[in-house]
Design a binder for this molecule. Sequence first.
Ligand code: CP
Length: 324
Amino acid sequence: MQQFISVNDVTNINALVKKALAYKLNPFMDHHLGKGKRIGLLFLNPSLRTRLSTQVAASNLGMEAVVFNVDKEGWALEFEEGAIMSGTTAEHIKDAAPILGQYFDILAIRTFPSLKNRIDDYSEMYITQFIKYAGVPVVSLESATLHPLQSLTDIITIQEEVNIQPEKFAFRKPKVVLTWAPHVKPLPQCVANSFAQWINTWQGASFVITHPQDYELSDQFTRGATIMHNQDAALKDADFVYVKNWSTYNDYGKIYENDPAWMLTNEKMKATNDAKVMHCLPVRRNVELSDEILDGKHSLVTRQAGNRVWAAQTVLSEILSTAK
Ligand code: CP
């Protein structure tokens, strides 16, 4: 693996999932792999899980991880080619990235979208420019449109649960439903885009996306999924319900409605096939997801967040093993 930006960098999802679950059983089995290697984790936006799970993953592989909160501690970076830097940016990425590439064997970066200009955000200029100039393998810690480490984690978590209940899934694929949920502010489409892209590519589940009218995601990611606007109908016989808010894609970056009726409850869960509930976190309790779900028997969210370590460890080990 030369980089990890999207599912397109992966040749065999099931092999990654198998490796991740092996790491979960034996975290230090490849402790030699990262000896003498160093990863730089660059954050232009906040994080809890991504930052810490990737640090733990690197440590499990014997690798040193250095975190740099670029937004708070670094010079304001310019990403635009040919920019006349007379404004607020102080250092161009074409100057900064090659230097970082000399300090580190792998670089990882988190860059959220502006949610102001869809063309700019969906061009993925920040991470593309970073890859262009870094000169070493780059891992996305969430970009403007995708969150691949989260999506790999999500498939690991689904497969782990399928393995725990072999009788339930002996003769069929699980039904996975991605449902929109209310939120107090506009959020990126990254997690939903990425989850859809990975589940569609994986083909290990039947996949339904449900959201209110006007919350369509880009069909470059959802193509292959069944899309429904009636949440109750979509939840019928679901085995996994993935809850996530996203802002509008077409009239970009807006909240049109925040109907609390879209929040998942135990009453709604009665239509499912005793489904497990997933969320990438952080979650707005009793806005996106009710306490009764998060604290109840259906919730997988804590295990899911724990699995972030094994996803990151698998990706880093693939890069360490194969990158030129
Ligand atoms: N799910 C996720 O990416 O969490 P953080 O934003 O805390 O890293």
